[in-house]
Design a protein around this ligand. Structure first.
Ligand SMILES: CC(C)(COP(=O)(O)OP(=O)(O)OC[C@H]1O[C@@H](n2cnc3c(N)ncnc32)[C@H](O)[C@@H]1OP(=O)(O)O)[C@@H](O)C(=O)NCCC(=O)NCCS
Length: 338
């Protein structure tokens, strides 16, 4: 006889932002930009950039410790780790094993790395949800962490992308829930590799022959991210709206039933267009972009942490998370919060 699959819920949230605040005015000194342009076109006022010595995994560790505490768990309880990042500390191995080493040394739990940029956290959540539902694991740690600042073109020509991104990490604990109807209800994920070069970073690339030349430090244009901003903007609005509707339809609810939206933070104009098209009132969301810029895979868990800390997430609410990013990859999840 088929057994009903159990559900999973997010039982703890955490975040870590490096203390160094970089204001738009600071960037005016580095790039050909202005506070006015950045605020008007994106909504960003400041972002956090690391100081030398900080690592992606160290930020992830701090966020994970906070998430464990929030879930009333200890590192001993972790069954599996998933680390979403596009900016790992090393070419290989990924940050997952670094967290395993720092958080639960001697405990050989699996550690999986996910490279899906701004939607990385949703891809990670979908894997954790499947693991929990199928009974494979009972306590999954997900970390989304990014260090963008060390990879941005901070010269005058770097303004297109250099002003947009920030560093930081967020984490959640995913566990089974006993309450009927609670937890993660659905996650819908998509990709469209046709547009991969619309927002990407070519190098260092294994297909460059050779990849690197010993003894020489090559800093070519291809080592900096590049983006067709307008194209990405239009696709972000369309796809995030589509996937929200798709998610709702798949479980027989309406978009108007959603109580709170935690959306990816790339541009406030993108988010207000998405909410407007979906007819979701602005008070049903929160934006962190003004303070942190775009922190790609770290954005959603950071947003979730701030929403929970701010008392904006209440048991029984239908909470949506939605993201779009490089790949293109995008997705949405619906959670009955508990
Ligand atoms: C990047 C983005 C903010 C640019 O805004 P935009 O209104 O599309 O601006 P454009 O790229 O058309 O550029 C307009 C002008 O501003 C200039 N500009 C670009 N960056 C600038 C900056 N930081 N400061 C000042 N001027 C800038 C451009 O050179 C251009 O000048 P021109 O008209 O003389 O050619 C916007 O397209 C965007 O947010 N795109 C999506 C980003 C995104 O979602 N990314 C990640 C998904 S995870």
């Amino acid at each position: 006889m088929l057994q009903t699959l159990r559900r999973s819920r997010i039982s703890g949230v955490g975040k870590f932002l490096p203390p160094r605040i970089v204001k738009n005015q600071d960037l005016e000194k580095l790039m050909n930009t202005s506070d006015e342009w950045i605020k008007q076109r994106t909504g960003i006022e400041e972002r956090r950039w690391i100081e030398p010595g900080m690592t992606n995994a160290a930020m992830g560790h701090e966020a994970a410790v906070q998430a464990l505490k929030d879930a009333q768990k200890t590192p001993e309880d972790i069954d599996a780790i998933i680390y979403a990042t596009l900016s790992p500390d090393h070419f290989f191995p990924g940050c997952g094993v670094m967290i395993q080493k720092s958080l639960c040394p001697g405990k050989t739990v699996p550690a999986l790395d996910i490279k899906n940029q701004c939607s990385g956290f949703l891809y990670a959540l979908s894997v954790a949800d499947a693991w929990i539902k199928s009974g494979i694991y009972n306590c999954v740690l997900i970390v989304g962490g990014e260090i963008h600042s060390t990879g941005l073109d901070q010269s005058p020509e770097g303004r297109d992308i250099g002003v947009l991104f920030g560093d930081g990490a967020g984490a959640v604990i995913v566990e089974p829930t006993d309450k009927t109807g609670d937890g993660i209800l659905v996650t819908k994920l998509h990709s469209e590799g046709e547009h991969l070069e619309k927002l990407w970073c070519h190098g260092p690339s294994s297909s460059d022959f050779p990849r690197l030349i010993k003894g020489s430090q090559v800093i070519g244009e291809s080592y900096f991210p590049s983006m067709d901003g307008r194209f990405v903007f239009k696709n972000a609005v369309t796809r995030m709206c589509e996937v929200m509707v798709e998610s709702c339809q798949s479980i027989g609810v309406k978009v108007k039933d959603i109580d709170f939206v935690v959306a990816h933070q790339a541009n406030l104009r993108i988010n207000s267009m998405v909410l407007e098209q979906l007819e979701v009132p602005a008070h049903k969301t929160l934006n962190t972009l003004q303070k942190y810029g775009n922190t790609t895979a770290a954005t959603l868990p950071i947003g979730l942490q701030e929403a929970k800390e701010g008392g904006l997430l209440k048991p029984g609410q239908l909470v949506a998370m939605v993201a779009f990013g490089s790949g293109f990859t995008w997705g949405a999840t619906l959670i009955r919060w508990s």
